[in-house]
Design a protein around this ligand. Structure first.
Ligand SMILES: Cc1cc2nc3c(=O)[nH]c(=O)nc-3n(C[C@H](O)[C@H](O)[C@H](O)COP(=O)(O)OP(=O)(O)OC[C@H]3O[C@@H](n4cnc5c(N)ncnc54)[C@H](O)[C@@H]3O)c2cc1C
Length: 529
């Protein structure tokens, strides 16, 4: 979906949203439905940001970054009428299968039904673990769909929001409250090694604690990231791990249709060069083509460094704030590989629906930690951890008849290897990934028709997020909730009057959730426009 929607666009809007990723589109639609005139300007030729479907080899299409929808609340999907705007699912409630050595595999259904690889100890520990983490995730879940409270203000809304968090914690009861406080700052490695015996189960559960983050499972705070993922998944309701028909791009196309139906004007191939300032407030934008467009409010879904340091300019901000933005950790370590295959890959005896589900190569916590270690020194892991989908099992139209697509998130890849991402480095890393795949899907190389590797640097270049980071900035205790992305800009409003943030940089972070966009729109409306 490209181009301008309005034949005679006004010269001035109530709100300009920078970026037509899913958060920008949710934000724009929420504002337009509240009666505001809204323009969305997107640098790329298509809407969708990190949630697009595109070709990568002749006849083969793939979700270029995000490939599974598991965090967008059903309430958001219904509120925006995405089904009426064309969103369909090729599959929902996908199972997760984790591969271990010697062809062992463990399939976890959503309810966590134990498979054969469970030891009697693990089978006994599983229900209590699952229920306990579910309760703790419930505590965080309520925090996702509202702006975080401001610290140290006299406003009742902030006091009430803080009191709600405290009350929810208190309502856990003494035992759970103690346990929550004991584990929340812990590392996932220790927690999972305490709970379970099976390395394969530990590795599969630990993978969720680090996916998209710049941490190994031994890093403090990885229980928080695990709980956070569980919280977002349970906020998504009954549908976690879904595959939109046509890939994740079909979701953002439906979002764009909903936006247009609400009256939003969308301009693609329209990179913003700078945010303009007049009388000490954001007054509009200048596009790279030279067009200057005014607005009462500017809302940016571009990452926080791009927004403040490149588009607004440090000269408009105080030094302390600029330093905080500059110091934000935003180097991505997730890469993506796409394979075009002339037949379905054979992962042992795995058949649909498991073959069409989420497949993990994370056979133990030590494997994960070893895959992480080299990236600290700008090196690539020899045996990377993988989250694999074969989307053509559920949605054959993504490839020529009888052919298949394999899409894998590669955890971990350095942003800047010592050699740079030159041809040799790319070839060597692709080889390691293919060798890892070959162990679990023998013969896969022989069916290869095409291959695309997207390193964090490629992701930065193609999708415009600094560091190519999944969350537009690490999700960690010091970049979380009331201090996300940085103190001074953590409730969507920023130190520059009239300028707001609405993308993955802000609470509740990345993942295709839509809540940052919705929360930001509500904050803009609350503050009056
Ligand atoms: C490899 C990878 C795999 C992932 N897998 C999953 C997954 O399976 N499931 C999941 O839920 N999440 C996944 N994610 C995370 C998810 O894709 C992102 O967190 C999410 O899409 C971010 O959405 P956003 O709207 O906040 O930002 P973005 O999608 O990054 O959108 C920001 C938009 O702003 C535009 N922009 C930037 N600068 C300018 C400018 N100057 N002018 C105009 N426009 C500009 C960009 O072009 C972009 O379209 C993955 C991420 C990566 C990198």
């Amino acid at each position: 979906m490209a181009g301008t929607t309005s034949s005679a666009p006004p010269a001035r809007y109530d709100v300009i949203v920078i970026g037509a990723g899913h958060n920008g589109l949710v934000c724009a639609t929420t504002l337009a439905r509240a009666g505001r005139s809204v323009l969305v300007v997107e640098a790329a030729a298509e809407v969708g940001g990190m949630a697009i479907t595109r070709g990568f080899a002749p006849g083969y299409r793939v979700s270029a970054c995000a490939h599974l929808l598991h965090q967008m609340p059903l309430a958001v999907i219904r509120e925006l009428g995405l089904a009426e705007h064309g969103l369909e699912f090729a599959a929902t409630a996908l199972p997760t299968t984790a591969f271990g050595p010697e062809g062992r595999a463990l399939t976890l259904a959503r309810a966590g039904v134990p498979g054969e690889a469970f030891t009697p100890h693990d089978a006994a520990a599983w229900p209590a673990y699952h229920a306990r983490l579910g309760r703790f995730a419930g505590l965080l879940q309520g925090m996702l769909a509202a702006p975080p409270p401001r610290l140290g203000t006299d406003a009742w809304s902030d006091k009430l929001a803080l009191a709600k968090v405290g009350l929810k914690l208190r309502l856990l009861g003494r035992r759970d409250m103690r346990e929550f406080l004991r584990i929340v700052g812990m590392n996932a490695y220790d927690l999972l090694a305490d709970e379970f015996e099976s390395s394969l189960l530990q590795g599969a559960l630990g993978f969720d604690a680090v996916l998209g983050t710049n941490f190994g499972p031994r890093a403090p705070g990885t229980v928080l990231t695990l709980l956070y993922r569980l919280a977002a998944e349970s906020a998504a309701g009954s549908m976690p791990l879904a595959q939109p028909r046509g890939g994740l791009g079909a979701l953002t196309l439906a979002l764009a249709r909903a936006a247009k139906a609400a009256g939003v004007t969308i301009r693609t191939s329209a990179p913003v060069e700078r945010i303009t300032v007049a009388a000490d407030r954001a007054s509009g934008i200048v596009l790279a083509c030279g067009d200057e467009i005014g607005a009462e409010r500017v809302v940016s879904s571009a990452d926080v460094k791009t927004t403040f340091l490149r588009l607004l300019g440090a000269e408009h901000l105080d030094t302390g704030f600029v330093r905080r933005v500059d110091h934000l950790r935003s180097r991505g370590v997730a890469a993506k590989i796409h394979l075009a295959l002339d037949r379905a890959p054979k992962f042992g005896a795995l058949a649909p629906p498991a073959l069409g589900g989420r497949l993990l190569v994370s056979p133990s916590l030590d494997y994960l930690e070893r895959a992480f270690n080299p990236t600290k020194y700008g090196e690539c892991p020899g045996e990377p951890a993988l989250e694999i989908t074969v989307p053509t099992i559920n949605d054959p139209a993504l490839a020529p008849t009888g052919h298949h697509v394999l899409s894998a998130i590669v955890q971990y890849a350095p942003y800047a290897p010592a050699s740079g991402w030159n041809d040799a480095a790319r070839r060597a890393f692709t080889e390691s990934i293919l060798a890892t795949l070959e162990v679990h899907a023998p013969g896969i190389r022989a069916s290869l028709m095409g291959c695309e590797l997207l390193t964090p640097l490629d992701l930065e270049r193609e999708f415009g997020a600094t560091g190519g980071h999944w969350h537009h900035g690490d999700l960690a205790f010091d970049q979380f909730y009331m201090v996300r992305p940085v103190p001074g800009a953590s409730q969507y409003a920023t130190p520059m009057a009239g300028l707001y943030l609405c993308g993955a940089s802000c609470h509740p972070g990345g993942g295709v959730m839509g809540l940052a966009g919705r929360n930001a729109a509500r904050r803009v409306l609350e503050q009056g426009v």
